[in-house]
Write a protein that binds this ligand. Structure first.
Ligand SMILES: Cc1ncc(COP(=O)(O)O)c(C=O)c1O
Length: 337
């Protein structure tokens, strides 16, 4: 194992030994291979640079309580990346190739899997880019699939805590039926004006639907969830990313006897919710203590400690990821090493 102070790692890139790459030319993917070279020899007119033809993913491997490594729901990331590829006219990476590349990236960087108990994990960033040189606007026909592993620290180095979220109305992250449903770089670049302003205040932000600014869409890199009575509420929108964490939490919420509803959620409905949070791979659940609507002069408060329902869901999912609870939905690929 590498000499790293695992508990001090943040959500930052730590250089792995190897990345994994595979090129696509003449309609065929090559076998994925591991390389120490972290640089691309890329044409300046490549479609990823000129027209933003790129998509990415994010998933984690956990060292469990039993010392085994668990890769969480990678097939769902593979499926989502295939959807993103379709959305941006790129060659999809088949599930088999995606899985092979993740396994190879893990094998070649096995010493970077953090030990159990540190809260740190091995994060994988699969990336798909268009590499054909083009000057005329249009998609390329050559692609590169890359898996970049990096150990990352616990999202909550202290205890599980709340964050304040700001309602954003001056930047639209993604249009209805645009690219919001895909995990593509352009969605993030377009949100930086809003997210960086919120981060400067120690907050995060909530994006509303771009058409009417009435309904909650999602957060910058996470879905929205709210608890209203015995109901788990999450937005239905064509502009948000289908979160794998949200899907997992919905399954667990149903098992806990909650009613799970996916529908359009008006911002003002926050007033009727007892708990609210952002959810995604990075933090699992990021509870909100307050949502501040500066324009309307309204603050929705949920208390300074994570609420009981979201805390229960948070621990239930983490218990599965760390092998402390039965993986009854077959979400983890267990690797003995
Ligand atoms: C825009 C956006 N929404 C939601 C999510 C959460 O998705 P997941 O739970 O699959 O990480 C992410 C992170 O990947 C994201 O970037």
């Amino acid at each position: 194992m590498k000499e790293i102070d695992w508990s001090k790692l943040g959500f930052h890139y730590t250089e792995p030994d190897y990345i994994v790459r595979a090129g696509y030319h003449d309609g065929v993917w090559e076998e994925p291979y591991a390389t120490k070279d972290k640089f691309l020899h890329l044409h300046v007119s490549a479609t990823c640079l000129q027209y933003g033809q790129e998509a990415f993913e994010g998933l984690k491997a956990f060292r469990g309580v039993d010392g085994k490594i668990r890769i969480f729901r990678w097939r769902d990331n593979a499926r989502r990346m295939a959807q993103s590829a379709k959305g941006l006219f790129m060659a999809p990476v088949q599930e088999e190739l995606f899985g092979k590349a993740i396994r190879l990236a893990l094998e070649k960087n096995i010493d970077f899997v953090p030990p159990y108990g540190t809260g740190a994990t091995l994060y994988f960033r699969p990336l798909l880019i268009g590499t054909t040189p083009r000057l005329g606007v249009g998609p390329g026909r050559d692609f590169e699939f890359i898996v970049i592993p990096s150990p990352i620290g616990p999202y909550y180095p202290g205890k599980f805590h709340c964050t304040t979220f700001i309602v954003n109305r001056y930047v639209d992250r993604a249009a209805p039926y645009g690219t919001g449903q895909f995990k593509v770089g352009g969605n993030y670049a377009s949100s930086f004006r809003a997210t960086e302003a919120a981060h400067a205040m120690g907050c995060d932000c909530i994006f509303l639907d771009a058409k009417q600014h009435k309904f909650i869409d999602e957060c910058s890199a996470a879905n929205f969830i709210g608890i209203k009575g015995n109901e788990y509420l999450t937005p239905k929108s064509s502009a948000i990313l289908p979160s794998i964490t949200n899907d997992s939490l919905m399954t667990l919420a149903k098992e806990m006897g909650l009613k799970v509803t996916r529908r359009r959620i008006r911002l003002e409905e926050l007033a009727d919710m007892s708990e609210a949070a952002a959810c995604g791979t990075a933090a699992v659940i990021s509870p909100m203590n307050k949502v501040v609507d500066t324009e309307k002069g309204v603050t929705y408060s949920f208390g300074n400690e994570p609420g009981p329902v979201l805390s229960k869901l948070y621990h239930a999912l983490k218990d599965i990821q760390y092998g402390r609870a039965d993986d009854r939905h077959d979400w983890c690929d267990v690797i003995e090493n």
